[in-house]
Design a protein around this ligand. Structure first.
Ligand code: PEP
Ligand code: MN
Length: 339
């Protein structure tokens, strides 16, 4: 349920409600808006004396939360969440579309730093690069792992871009948090609940990809795990789902973007690289994602896609990235945004 405070409620009056809620065995999340504060209460409400809360000073009303994902829903928070990423604190979820680009995997120092420079020059706000790679085959390149950390740090120093990198297991999280600005949780791990709970304990934004066969509600409940763990900085990233169709690697369901914008206040990104699997389809799907209302894009860019150690077929070149960015500026303007 949500306890809506009257405008002008003092911090002490909010604290009084929090203490009451805790007395009833519920967990509280205080959300301070511009004109009023709400206290979202999560737990078994059978033990709650709703009247006692309603009668507390400066409480306006108590309303149930109907959606199964609670903290992620627009019922609890109607205003969009902006999440500051990287050294520049770029506000993901704000008016400007945030593009995060870079190779699937960090392969070499020189290659990564060069892509970093070109991505920054093209107007990107984030730099992606996996060091822990969840590969379908155990014989494929598995990533540089900890050996890639220094390069991530160097690239941030060089460009000021926010570093986005994936944790594939709980044991990788603590070290990765020290070097990355955004922790990616990949499609294969969307329902890795211990990892989601652990991500709830870190103080870095999390980019949560949709599982290839996850339904929308399961995805939002996965986000809820992270928020419930204590980390409200969650961004969602659609990366395509598994269907019968095989002209693409995954089917990119862009209707999910406007649907999410109704259901959740969290920033919504789209990954047209994994969402199609083919570089020639990526620019059009970038434009379509922005037209549909996406707050950002996650893109694979490689200097020499034909020789990439992972996901070359879906990686665009830096030159193609520049063209995409130029076209996004027009699309963004047409839908009341900036890119
Ligand atoms: C990736 O971003 O390189 C990746 C492994 O993506 P996904 O988890 O969406 O497959
Ligand atoms: Mn990839």
């Amino acid at each position: 349920m949500i306890v809506v405070m009257k405008p002008g409620a003092t911090p002490e009056q909010v604290q009084h409600v929090v203490a009451l809620v805790q007395d009833f065995g519920l967990k509280e999340h205080v959300i301070s808006g511009t004109d009023r504060t709400v206290v979202a209460c999560i737990g078994d409400k059978r033990t709650v004396d709703k009247g006692a809360i309603e009668n507390a000073p400066m409480v306006e009303r108590v309303v149930p939360i109907l959606s199964p994902y609670k903290m992620a829903s627009t019922e609890v928070k109607a205003t969009k969440t902006e999440i500051a990423i990287g050294p520049a604190g770029f506000p993901m979820g704000g008016r400007r579309i945030g593009v995060i680009a870079g190779p699937c995997s960090v392969e070499s120092r020189e290659g990564f730093l060069r892509v970093a420079e070109l991505a920054a020059r093209a107007g990107c706000v984030g730099l992606r690069g996996g060091v822990y790679k969840p590969r379908t085959s155990p014989y494929s390149f598995q990533g540089l792992r900890e050996k890639g950390f220094d390069v991530l740090v160097e690239a941030r120093k060089l460009t000021g871009l926010a570093i986005v990198s994936e944790a594939t297991g709980v044991e990788e999280l603590a070290a990765l948090v020290e070097v990355a600005d955004v922790i990616q949780i990949g499609a294969r791990n969307m329902q890795h609940y211990p990892l989601l709970e652990a991500a709830g304990k870190v103080n870095k934004p999390v980019l949560l990809k949709r599982g290839p066969s996850a339904m929308l509600e399961e995805w939002l409940l996965a986000a809820e795990y992270i928020i419930n763990g204590g980390n409200r900085q969650v961004m969602l990233c659609e990366r395509g789902i598994r269907t019968f169709e095989d002209y693409v690697r995954n089917t990119l369901p862009l209707a999910v973007v406007p649907e999410l914008l109704e259901r959740t206040h969290l920033p919504v990104l789209v990954d047209p690289s994994h969402g199609t699997g083919h570089s020639h389809l990526v620019p059009a799907m970038c434009r379509a994602a922005v037209a549909a209302g996406a707050d950002g894009l996650l893109l694979e860019v490689h200097l020499d896609p034909e020789h990439a150690l992972s996901d070359g077929a879906q990686s665009i070149t830096p030159a193609a990235l520049e063209e995409v960015m130029a076209s996004l500026r027009k699309i963004a303007a047409a839908v009341g945004r900036e890119a």
